[in-house]
Design a binder for this molecule. Structure first.
Ligand code: 13P
Length: 288
């Protein structure tokens, strides 16, 4: 099955009231982990790549051809969307030129009129490419890939104007934070989320910072119109902890335990397990 845009997946998620998991690619093991996890869970999946990991893995084109290669090699049959995460305007265009069928333009740090203007131009470009576009308003708190968000709640009129452009997904700040949630975090602002859903009239909403959000909050967010939940940190922490246990147990010194595919196997399995748990929580498991 070729890499798809998110159109069909978001339509199905909206009709059947679930959310699709967005998992960030950081290295080759994450590609394997999430593709295998999605296949085993019979779940659609969104694989996303942000600036730093894209550079680490050889650029958007290399990521795309590697994911395609893995999909054929592993016999993946579930829908897979490959998505640029938190792209600048130029990065979103570069993703489209490289063959991505889904991109995020994160203009949340720009003056709103500039965010809106660039989003409007990208709506046109994405249409020409048959691709889906995610935009952001308000900002997600915490730090991701060198970008620090102020954690502002999204302004409803700004949400309405962005959605009215015909974008495919809207990430709106509702008290969510990238990375680990700080002690004393007040939780997601469901009142604001409900207002955003009302103002944007059915535009699929995106919950960034999906790691560590309590399960009942995730379910409530999906009930209110979240159709894509982004998860990165939780999978990475599980990956690293499993690799650490392997090394601390001295297994890298047994036989050929030093081979990368042995050293990283438990990490891959741990990341895959977290992803599959999220697919079950989001309701996407069994939908493909
Ligand atoms: P976490 O790392 O907090 O899961 O957030 C991921 C994310 O929102 C990617 O855009």
């Amino acid at each position: 099955m070729p890499i798809a845009s998110a159109h069909a997946t978001l339509r199905d998620a909206t009709q059947r009231g679930y959310a699709v998991g967005h998992f960030n690619l950081n290295h080759m093991e994450s590609m394997r982990a999430y593709l295998l996890g999605a296949e085993e869970a019979r779940s659609p999946v969104i694989l996303a790549v942000s600036r730093g990991p894209a550079a680490y893995m050889g650029g958007y084109r290399t990521v795309l051809t590697t994911v395609e290669g893995f999909m054929g090699y592993l016999g993946i049959t579930v829908p897979v969307v490959l998505h640029v995460d938190h792209g600048s305007y130029d990065e979103a265009l570069a993703g489209l030129d490289a063959g991505f069928k889904s991109v995020m333009f994160d203009g949340s740090a720009l003056p709103f009129e500039e965010n809106l203007d660039k989003a409007a131009r990208l709506v046109e470009r994405c249409r020409q490419h048959g691709a889906t576009l995610e935009c952001e308003v308000g900002s997600i708190g915490g730090e991701e890939d060198g970008v620090t968000g102020r954690g502002e709640l999204a302004d409803l009129e700004q949400c309405r104007r962005l959605a009215a452009l015909g974008i495919d997904m809207l990430a709106a700040g509702i008290g969510n934070v990238h990375g680990q949630y700080p002690a004393g975090w007040r939780g997601l602002d469901f009142e604001r989320l409900a207002d955003v859903a009302h103002a944007t009239q059915g535009t699929p909403l995106v919950l960034h910072g999906g790691s560590g959000v309590p399960e009942e909050m995730v379910r409530r967010a999906i009930e209110l119109g979240v159709r894509k939940v982004n998860v990165n940190t939780e999978c990475l922490v599980a990956f690293t902890a499993a690799v650490r246990r392997y090394v601390e147990a001295g297994r890298d010194r047994e036989g050929k335990g030093y081979l990368p595919q042995a050293l990283l196997a438990d990490g891959l399995e741990a990341a895959k397990r977290v992803a599959m748990e999220k697919m079950a929580l989001f309701g996407s498991a069994g939908k493909a």
